[in-house]
Design a protein around this ligand. Structure first.
Ligand code: NI
Length: 176
């Protein structure tokens, strides 16, 4: 008989929680506790219907993100990026983007069309991953989170004011 450990589902922090503005600290310890956290982050992301989640979004200001652009359809798409850096970038793409910390907000964001990222896995081993289109976008969005940057920081001031007004209205109505 086997027992499956129940993973903790973390609550996702919403804008304007200050943890989302933090420059996150590098991860230096690659132990079982970290690997459990990674598993919990995937589960928390799936429960929230997301394809990417960064540790500051669960109030942990450390350089860790999980991504699954296929949303459970292809196990090979499960990606753990620890201490990630973009080392090459090419082209540009403009697509609508959302964020679990900014529910119901969607804006067109210009991103690199292709990126190569260097990161560590949950065992501390360095690897490189290349991605285009949605994967490039997801990696760039999540790496931004580790530097305290949200996608609404990348839109025009006018559009941002409209978004902030919408958020205020939702907060007032108890919908945020
Ligand atoms: Ni996000």
């Amino acid at each position: 008989m086997t027992t499956k450990k129940t993973l903790k589902i973390h609550e996702i922090v919403k804008y304007p929680d200050p943890v989302l503005k933090r420059i996150c600290a590098p991860i230096t310890v690659f132990d079982d506790a970290l690997r459990t956290l990674v598993a919990e982050m995937f589960e928390s992301m799936y429960v929230a219907q997301g394809i990417g989640l960064a540790a500051p979004q669960i109030a942990i200001p450390q350089r860790l993100t999980v991504i699954d652009v296929s949303f459970k359809k292809n196990p090979k798409d499960k990606l753990v990026l620890i201490n990630p850096e973009v080392i090459e970038r090419r082209g540009s793409q403009v697509e609508e983007e959302g964020c679990l910390s900014l529910p119901e907000i969607r804006e067109k964001i210009k991103r690199d069309a292709w990126v190569k990222v260097r990161a560590q896995n949950a065992y501390g081993e360095w690897f490189e991953v290349e991605g285009e289109e949605l994967l490039a976008r997801a990696m760039l969005h999540e790496i931004d989170h580790l530097n305290g940057v949200l996608f609404i920081d990348l839109i025009s001031r006018l559009k941002r004011e409209l978004v902030l007004r919408k958020i205020k209205k939702m907060q007032k109505n108890g919908e945020w």
